[in-house]
Design a protein around this ligand. Structure first.
Ligand code: GTR
Length: 333
């Protein structure tokens, strides 16, 4: 049976309530023990999952086991946008989501999801470590969240079951999955593809059943979701560095004493370089793995893709505050 959103939310809330019971049972033994729940759509061992577990281990270590984090990976608590709502209401303590999933409720995230805004991984890291990243994190407060960290998500490229994509014209008629973001929808439509928004967890079977011809993502997700087994053409469009956000519920955050809040903020900050180390290894090994599995990789006419995305950039960046944020990002190139 297909899960309706309402049924799903009820199940997720029950799962979280179950986790809460475990935490409360622990309270009787170890004083004020708090096991945070965290959501991630990625599989166990994915760098984002490992980074949040790392924060949990640091918290446990520094509080004699009083604080900790249990990560519900592989989308056990639902789609990214739903976990953001559950986190806002305090049903989940933390969630790790991609900017693409939250472009609408958090408009400042749009600038970092747009095509060809960052020139390289180093540029993205400089911008997200600097003032632009701090402004985006601070803006999560507008909806009951505290932005803790921005993680890498590599660079997104197009892949599909049919043919190498070299220029935008090659996308004509291809049904491409996009994340649930109007930026990605308009971007792909502007390039001539036929975009279909789908949740991450649904992409593999959509490829298998020919509901879609392809999608776009970073190489690690292409590998960890096993989509490379079906989509055999990977084209180096390198169109978006849309990063990841780690968010904590304001409610959960405010329940902590000052010293514990500082711990959480400090360990989250320290988890960024830790995650980047894992990320760089993961990108390398995923690339080697998909190549060894016979995926065909091709270069593209990057200038043609940039030109085709200009109308979207002009539309999105016409006004403040996105225009100013974009200028600040470009200055850090
Ligand atoms: C990945 C990202 C996920 C998810 C996914 C998607 O790169 O890490 O959080 O947003 O993309 O395309 O849905």
């Amino acid at each position: 049976m297909r899960l309706t959103r309402r049924r799903w939310l009820a199940q997720a809330a029950a799962a979280v309530a179950g986790a809460g019971l475990v935490a409360r049972a622990g309270t009787a033994i170890a004083d004020a023990r708090r096991l945070f729940t965290a959501a991630d759509v990625h599989v166990a061992g994915y760098p984002t999952v490992a980074a949040v577990e790392w924060i949990g281990a640091r918290l446990a270590e520094s509080t004699g086991g009083r604080l900790g984090i249990r990560v519900y990976h592989s989308g056990q608590l639902g789609r990214e946008a739903d976990t953001v709502d559950l986190t806002r209401f305090g049903a989940i303590d933390l969630t790790r989501v991609n900017f693409a999933a939250i472009n609408n409720p958090f408009p400042l995230t749009r600038v970092a999801a747009l095509p060809y805004v960052f020139e390289s991984t180093a540029h993205m890291r400089r911008a997200m470590d600097g003032e632009p990243g701090r402004r985006i994190l601070a803006d999560f407060a507008r909806r009951d969240l505290v932005g803790l960290a921005i993680y890498d998500s590599g660079v997104r490229c197009v892949y599909n079951v049919r043919r190498p994509i070299v220029e935008p014209g090659d996308l004509a008629g291809l049904k491409l999955r996009v994340p649930p973001s109007d930026i990605f929808l308009h971007f792909m439509r502007g390039l001539g593809a036929n975009p279909t928004p789908l949740a991450f967890g649904e992409v593999y079977s959509a490829l298998q059943t020919h509901l879609i011809d392809g999608a776009e993502n970073n190489i690690k997700s292409f590998d960890s979701s096993r989509q490379f087994e079906v989509a055999r053409h990977w084209s180096e469009t390198r169109h978006s560095y849309s990063p990841e956000a780690l968010l904590v519920s304001r409610r959960s955050f405010e329940q902590l004493g000052r010293a514990d809040r500082e711990r959480l903020v400090e360990f989250a900050r320290a988890s960024v370089p830790y995650m980047r180390g894992l990320w760089d290894d993961a990108e390398r090994s995923s690339r080697a793995k998909v190549l060894a599995a016979g995926v065909q990789v091709n270069d593209v006419d990057t200038q043609a893709f940039r030109r085709a995305s200009q109308p979207l950039l002009d539309r999105e960046l016409g006004e403040p505050p996105l225009r100013g944020l974009h200028a600040a990002i470009r200055e850090l190139e």
